[in-house]
Design a protein around this ligand. Structure first.
Ligand code: C5J
Length: 227
């Protein structure tokens, strides 16, 4: 049967291991490590690191249970042909997307900063979606990949909560998926924005989705895998 319930807010979420995917959003060096895109915007990147260990626990549990796992990376082609001028100019940063930095060109595919952090590195067979925007469905093949696997529900982890995670959860909701965010598996450069972003997801009876935590998610996956 491989199904069960994840303890969550605003209410517990029924799920099935074979129609639920784990989506790890943008756990890249560019956001989490010093010298990358996140820091170029003036952020304290150390604030994101608390999410790494809980993400790792959920990732390893999902792998053991044989769940479908997808990773995303935000970034652009080396020729920047997919970079909208508005995105390049936004925030008036000292270093812009495509400029050189300590981890290579900022937010550019193939550069060291664009890679997923080693702690959460994808395994062969886990699709990696390269996305030019904040949402994982925008200008990517994510929707087709999920439909081909008959995926109905998403567990969404990663950074940052109110930007790429939130945008993806909203996009997923509008495409008919149920999305659940484990709160300790996501982080923001602005802790208050994280808190409010999670409130927004679960408000009004789960207007965009569900909020839970890594313990609830891992115990539900492990229980379902034994059925
Ligand atoms: C941002 C992201 N914050 N992955 N990207 O620009 O949330």
């Amino acid at each position: 049967m491989r199904n069960g319930k994840i303890k969550a807010e605003p209410y517990d979420l029924d799920f099935d291991l074979d129609s639920t995917a784990l989506v790890m959003i943008d756990m890249q060096r560019d956001f989490v490590e010093p010298g990358g895109f996140g820091e170029s915007l003036g952020n304290d990147v150390s604030l994101l690191r608390s999410s790494i260990e809980p993400c790792k626990e959920v990732l390893e549990t999902a792998r053991k249970a044989g769940m479908f796992i997808i990773h995303t990376r935000e970034g652009h082609r080396p020729d920047l042909a997919d970079l909208q001028p508005a995105k390049k100019a936004r925030g008036n940063p000292t270093r812009k997307i495509g400029d050189p930095g300590p981890m290579g060109r900022l937010l550019v595919r193939g550069e060291p900063g664009h890679e997923i952090i080693p702690e959460l590195a994808p395994l062969p067979g886990e699709p990696v979606i390269d996305k030019p925007g904040k949402g994982a469905f925008y200008e990517t093949d994510l929707l087709g990949i999920l439909r081909n696997r008959n995926i109905k529900k998403l567990i969404v982890c990663g950074v940052t909560t109110e930007v790429c995670v939130h945008t993806t959860v909203r996009e997923a909701n509008d495409r008919g998926f149920d999305a659940l965010v484990p709160e300790d598996c996501t982080a923001s450069y602005f802790p208050e924005y994280k808190r409010v972003a999670l409130e927004m997801i679960k408000a009004q009876g789960g207007i965009f989705g569900w909020v839970s935590n890594s313990d609830n998610v891992t115990s539900a996956i492990e229980a379902a895998a034994k059925k």
